[in-house]
Design a binder for this molecule. Structure first.
Ligand SMILES: Nc1ncnc2c1ncn2[C@@H]1O[C@H](COP(=O)(O)OP(=O)(O)OP(=O)(O)O)[C@@H](O)[C@H]1O
Ligand SMILES: [Mg+2]
Length: 921
């Protein structure tokens, strides 16, 4: 039973029986079901009082109660409320500090804050890891949660049903905030009945004349705060009805003026102290004390405490206003000059926390001030590195407003535009921001403007040449040598590099290389993108070492842009497996709608890794999610990598119309824009379609468009992914010499040392190009004997197929069968039906009757069900499977439930045997 005593312990909650009953039912269901509830209502209606009663009951039921309150005037404090929530209970605090995703987000450690989605997941995981104790999260004034906490806690709230944990939040009606409570069950807290109002007044103000009581009941409209505060504002003679009551005025305003009149009676020192506390927001006494030093001290709080305006929480030691309307009253009573002075004092008090300092200074400033603008820009960079894109943009826009010169204004606004475009994915705002830039500084030639405009042009129209002109023009205007400590200039060069990759032409690259040669020093991301991504066939051993060092240092990096840049640098060199975790985290960051640009790139980078490692069902999901984002945000340019990887899978699985559809789209886009990179994707997809169909001449022609056989054309990085395809097509069309030339060129470029996969591909290619079948069989056999070659199942099965073919032709059918069956099995498992059929054809030629189709369960089992079954058979739990396949454990369980009858089994234990039987040809 919920205790009905009100929060001040003075009397009990009056007239809330029905609400208490509803909340009691909600609470009782938590240990078994879990869930969230939003309490909404007018200011003063009693949300906080009811929350306190609920929290007390939850604690009495044995739940661990975590508490946080949103604070007006503090919306820019990244993760302030989440920090409060997780530090409200010491054991949770110490555990949170050990979870990397939380330690970074909450600032326990510098860096290492992944996307909001990941933080939300970490919060749920942390709260669910308390043994048998259910966690209960209480959020008051959720309309004022800071933006990052609001996103995370909104997600947490939606994830709780089914977890055995609970969350209740109070939200003021009619206040706009960042916390999105859509989808949560609502409980609207209405006014007290007349009878309840009457009881409350009688209890708390027994001496009121009944006429006055009636008037107050009518005035208060069932609002308990009004019922309690309005009488306190009456004079003794008004209370006893010997004097008329003041005129009716709107309730909230009236309440606030009641508080205001009390505040006015306080000594100036106390009022100053209250203003500092109101604008500080978090109740941190240390900061308040520092900020008031020289003018007053904490002892001046006493009169405000006596007047019940503020109190100091005994356990947390924090200063709290009795009611948020008191805080607004304090702020409203101050002059703008006083507020600015307080912000200045708070900035000094926060001297060691540059972000807080910058924001307070920004609020203290009336005049443009370069120093403050620069500080705010630094704060924006910190936010961007923490993955809080929207906060970074807000800080930059404010920094622009505070910039004293037109060019600084233009540069910062343009930087806001490109941070927005590059991180939050909001390309739509870019033209508006750039318009402002142009009006402010018509001649601004800042690289930031060029970057923003180039990103916009690329992402929306794919206009490679104009983007190139803009960027190289802006860079050329910079004083030499170029200093890449200037983040904007670095961004301009990085963007120019991507433009060159898309254009592929040498002329474009020569401008880039000229610019690079004028730099004092080149940071690793830029160097690596140029060396190991743009032109990997010409990268030197030192470049590969530098890449590996950068990859090793990646855990602990939270900057999503850096993660995707390093991953891109390692993509052609098969390094993505070493970066799976950061890539997954970055990709999932997009689910919360934050940092969506890097999330799209990370999804596709991970997908290309999944292509080589045979994780195709998961690949389809992740890449399709990325494509949905591209579509929602209208980013054709970003979609091509995802479409390319999907086209590869569709091609080798025999879904030719789908693969061809994507290739046609790519050619169409690339053709008019001279988009070399996308053209290569299309050519490679067509090569795989033709190979899968057995049309080797056509495959040879398409592969030649990526790079002519026997060469690795400059800036044709993609050629590293197509070596085996190109060699197979050449050999099967009687161009053995061309195939051998290609292998030689790859070896001259040192590609076999770049990665074990490339080494395997090159050994296999060399064997395929051998003069005799015997020699080829020997070579292929050696490749297959190398340990770990099966890590790349599709390539590996192809090599087994080639080996089997050569052995069969060399009159060793028994040996051939072994390799062909193994190849057929792998192709079958991957769903690469045309390739299964090719292996089966060879098996038939060895005298083996055509085996049944090896996809287990035939058409009855979808590829996803097959993947789930396979993982379940290895002993993974539904939760672990769900994590791998980005599905909820419940979806996994539904799939298993559906596939058991298809496999003719009734339990998980029988899965492995059932799958083995189906696998056997
Ligand atoms: N049913 C009740 N019986 C007695 N006192 C109540 C009741 N409901 C609220 N109060 C008292 O009324 C005052 C205002 O309530 P409370 O602070 O809970 O309002 P609120 O809805 O949280 O307002 P806000 O939106 O401004 O945060 C408090 O002093 C509280 O103790
Ligand atoms: Mg409240």
């Amino acid at each position: 039973m919920i205790d009905r005593s009100s929060d001040d312990g003075d009397g009990s909650l009056v007239g809330r029986e029905a609400d208490i009953k509803r909340l009691g039912v909600f609470l009782a269901g938590i240990p078994r079901h879990g869930g969230s509830l939003a309490l909404v209502g007018e200011p003063g209606v009693g949300k906080t009082a009811l929350l306190a009663a609920v929290a007390q009951e939850a604690a009495a039921m044995g739940m661990l109660v975590l508490h946080a309150v949103g604070v007006q005037y503090r919306a820019q404090a990244s993760y302030g409320a989440l920090r409060q929530l997780l530090t409200s209970v010491p054991e949770i605090h110490s555990r949170a500090a050990r979870v990397p995703a939380l330690a970074g987000a909450l600032g326990f450690e510098r860096g290492a804050a992944p996307g909001h989605d990941v933080v939300a997941e970490a919060v749920v995981a942390l709260a669910s890891d308390l043994g048998d104790i259910p966690a209960f999260l209480v959020l008051d004034d959720a309309q004022w949660l800071d933006r990052a906490s609001a996103f995370v806690l909104g997600q947490v709230a939606r994830r709780l049903p089914g977890t055995g944990m609970g969350l209740v939040c109070a939200i003021r009606l009619g206040e706009e905030g960042f916390f999105d409570h859509s989808g949560l069950p609502l409980h609207e807290l209405g006014p007290l009945s007349e009878a309840a109002s009457d009881e409350l007044l009688r209890r708390r103000f027994p001496a009121l004349a009944s006429r006055v009581r009636r008037r107050l009941i009518a005035d208060a409209e069932g609002n308990p705060l009004a019922l309690l505060e309005l009488p306190a504002a009456l004079t003794e003679s008004q209370r006893t009805a010997s004097q008329a009551l003041p005129k009716r005025i709107p309730l909230t305003q009236r309440l606030q003026s009641t508080f205001a009149s009390r505040i006015r009676t306080l000594p100036p020192a106390t009022r100053h102290l209250l203003l500092v506390a109101a604008l500080e927001g978090s109740g941190n006494m240390l900061v308040v004390r520092r900020a008031v030093a020289g003018r007053c001290s904490l002892k001046h709080l006493a009169s405000a405490e006596r007047m019940q305006l503020v109190h100091v929480d005994d356990t947390s030691g924090r200063l709290a206003f009795r009611h948020s309307l008191i805080r607004s009253a304090v702020v409203d009573l101050s002059t703008s000059d006083q507020r600015r002075n307080v912000h200045r004092a708070l900035a000094e008090a926060w001297i060691k926390v540059p972000e807080q300092r910058a924001w307070h200074l920004a609020q203290a400033a009336v005049e443009p001030d370069e120093q403050i603008a620069a500080l705010l820009e630094e704060a924006a960079d910190v936010s961007a590195c923490r993955g809080d894109g929207p906060n970074a943009v807000a800080a930059l826009v404010r920094a622009a407003e505070l910039s004293p010169t037109g060019s600084a204004y233009a540069r910062r606004l343009a930087k806001a535009a490109y941070v927005g475009a590059n991180l939050t994915g909001d390309v739509r705002d870019v033209p508006r921001l750039l318009d402002d830039v142009r009006q402010a500084a018509p001649d601004a030639e800042s690289p930031a403007v060029a970057v923003a405009a180039a990103l916009y042009l690329l992402n929306s129209y794919g206009d490679i040449d104009t983007a190139h002109r803009l960027l190289s023009g802006a860079i050329a205007l910079q004083p030499e040598p170029y200093d890449l400590d200037d983040a904007t200039l670095l961004e301009a060069l990085s963007t120019l590099l991507m433009v060159c990759v898309h254009g592929g032409r040498r002329a474009l690259w020569s401008d880039f290389d000229t610019a690079l040669s004028k730099c004092t020093s080149v940071p690793d991301t830029l160097h690596l993108l140029r060396a190991t991504f743009a032109d990997p066939a010409r990268a030197r051993p030192a470049d590969w070492d530098r890449l590996d060092a950068a990859i090793q240092a990646l855990p602990g990096t939270s900057d999503p842009v850096r993660i995707v840049r390093i991953a891109t640098s390692g993509a052609y060199a098969d390094r993505l497996g070493e970066m799976e975790e950061p890539l997954r985290l970055t990709a999932r960051g997009g689910l919360s709608g934050q940092n969506i640009f890097p999330a799209i790139q990370a999804s596709f980078l991970w997908s290309s890794h999944a292509w080589f490692t045979g994780q195709w069902p998961e690949l389809r999901q992740v890449a399709q999610q990325g494509l949905r984002w591209c579509e929602e945000l209208d980013y054709p340019l970003r979609s091509w990598t995802g479409k390319f990887v999907l086209a590869c899978v569709y091609a080798v699985c025999g879904d030719y119309p789908a693969a061809r559809g994507y290739a046609d789209q790519m050619d169409q886009w690339a053709g008019s824009r001279r988009g070399h990179a996308v053209g290569c994707y299309a050519a490679h997809a067509r090569t795989l379609i033709a190979l899968s169909q057995g049309d080797f001449e056509e495959a040879y022609q398409h592969a030649g468009k990526i790079t002519p056989p026997g060469t690795f054309a400059p800036f044709a990085g993609h050629a590293l992914w197509a070596i085996l395809d190109q060699v197979e097509a050449a050999v099967r069309t009687g161009r053995r010499e061309k195939a051998a030339d290609h292998v030689r060129a790859a070896r001259d470029a040192g590609l076999e040392a770049v990665s074990p996969r490339l080494n395997m591909v090159l050994l296999a290619s060399a064997a395929l190009a051998a003069e005799s079948d015997d020699e080829a069989a020997r070579g292929l056999g050696e490749v297959l004997a190398v340990q770990g070659a099966e890590r790349w199942p599709f390539d590996h099965a192809r090599i087994q197929l080639y080996h089997g073919e050569r052995l069969r032709r060399g009159k060793a059918p028994a040996q051939a069968r072994k390799y062909l069956s193994a190849a057929a099995e792998t192709f079958g498992r991957l769903g690469a039906h045309p390739w299964t059929e090719r292996a089966n054809k060879e098996l038939r030629a060895c005298g083996i009757p055509t085996p049944a189709r090896t996809l287990p369960g035939g058409p009855a089992l979808t590829p996803q069900q097959w993947e789930i079954a396979r993982l379940a058979a290895t002993g993974l739990t539904n939760k672990q499977i769900g994590k791998r396949l980005l599905l909820s454990p419940r979806t996994v369980s539904t799939h298993l439930y559906q596939l058991f009858p298809k496999l003719g089994i009734t339990s998980r234990a029988a899965l492995r045997d059932a799958l083995e039987q189906m696998d056997r040809p």
